[in-house]
Design a protein around this ligand. Structure first.
Ligand SMILES: [Zn+2]
Length: 186
């Protein structure tokens, strides 16, 4: 059995940062995106836990917004590396439209150019061509979920967990965290 600390560091994935004005080439693997709510509080992003029956304590004190997370592969110093890419619903629907228009809808993986035209603006993801993602395509959804869980300090998902099942599993952890945070704000 793999010790939990090793498993966590293996599941951990860096976030792909796209600076305003820069262009980044990457291969989108078609994993997810997984969609979830976040709150911006005390200078940090916190997960909204309104997905279960229970209400999210943070929703009472701040507006939430929906963000998505997907998995991409970038060429870094001659090697392919997987990254998490955070995107907005608007970024993704524009991307999907461009994919349809470019007739790349059947591709397993799509090479894209990602840019952020304006500071604080949403990401522009332009498909270029169908790509081969090789071994990175294997288990892309599970790697996405594992990377997401580590990013938000959650336990690792089980092998068979869907995103929805995992959300239910961690909802009490998140709700307790949210209550602590609201309590600390007085
Ligand atoms: Zn909330």
């Amino acid at each position: 059995m793999v010790p939990p600390a090793v498993a966590r560091s293996k599941a951990q994935l860096p976030i792909l940062k796209v600076r305003p004005g820069a262009e980044v080439e990457c291969v989108l693997l078609g994993a997810g995106p997984i969609w979830y709510g976040v709150h911006w509080l005390n200078g940090r992003q916190h997960l909204c836990c309104a997905w279960e029956r229970a209400a999210c304590p943070l929703c009472a004190v701040s507006l939430g917004r929906v963000v998505g997370m997907t998995l991409v592969v970038c060429r870094v110093q001659g090697a392919d590396r997987a990254f998490l890419l955070e995107l907005s619903p608007l970024s993704f629907s524009s991307f999907e439209e461009r994919v349809r228009f470019a007739m790349l809808g059947d591709a397993d993986a799509v090479r894209c150019v990602v840019s952020r035209p304006r500071a604080r603006g949403y990401l522009r993801i332009v498909p270029v061509e169908a790509a081969s993602a090789g071994e990175h395509l294997l288990d892309a959804d599970r790697r996405l979920l594992g990377g997401w869980a580590v990013l938000y300090g959650l336990p690792l998902p089980m092998l068979t967990d869907s995103f929805e099942e995992f959300q239910v599993r961690v909802s009490s952890v998140l709700e307790a965290r949210a209550r602590l945070l609201v309590g600390s704000m007085g």
